[in-house]
Design a protein around this ligand. Sequence first.
Ligand SMILES: [Zn+2]
Length: 311
Amino acid sequence: MSAVSQLSPGLWQISLPFLGEHQIIGSYLLAGENELAIIDPGPGSMLEPLLAAIREAGFDPQDVTHILATHVHLDHAGAAGSLTRLLPKAQVYVHGLGAPHLIDTTKVVASATRIFGERTQLLWGAIEPTPFERLRIIEGGDILNVAGRRLEVHYTPGHAVHHVIFFDTQSGEMFVGDVAGVRLPGVDYIRPPTPPPDLDLEAWSESMELVKRLQPEVMYMGHFGPAKNATEHLERLREKLYAWGEFVLEAMRNGNGEAETITLLIERTQPELQRAAGDAHALQRYEIATNYPMTVQGYMRYWRKKHPERL
Ligand SMILES: [Zn+2]
């Protein structure tokens, strides 16, 4: 399978072979007018495949001028710091609430090491800081003229408090990061990625309403690829986001701890994915994109932090 496919004039999709699996983590490459932009460069462990894919698309990575991050989670922007070291013309565009995690990666490295232990390096590679002078802070309402396109920046918190999307109003193409959830190619199943620490169901819901109002022709997801029919897609995601949340809340109210709640959520939700996917490998692929332990940790933290009155 090729790592690179052209989606439209001046736009390529890059599939990063994370843990050897294609079409789980995606980056997008925009080219035009002497500018080259990467949207969500992916994890540091995928640096070499990313650069190879840019060459495969017919470009020199040294010509990359813009790195746009929908948010700074490691699977989306872990490579940002390393890229600024390797690509002298590249500037990193990120929301102000995400910027501190790129400038000083100490906390990110510590929490990744706490969660992933000795697998941290294998999963995420180097997590290098981005020099302050290579950062450009963006916020909702900004317009970025990048690679011959006019991209609107919209602030879309919920999955992460610093999440933004990039919308090309001319073509109707929207780069949505994780706002539209996880839906892997060939499987008709949309799963909510709900990691700690920022998960906020109300904010995410509002962000989905915003996307619907903007009426994108196509949403390009981080995990993975194009999704049309934004309204229907986001309705389905919203339903699951809340249903899973209520399920976790109920489990907590019944006195279950984290480990039991994870088991209960798997028992409750996995059969539907299994029916949609048809094979065990697809289950593993969804688990790579967004795993059950983090899902439960995200919800539990959300309920304790935002709605202690319901516990
Ligand atoms: Zn994320």
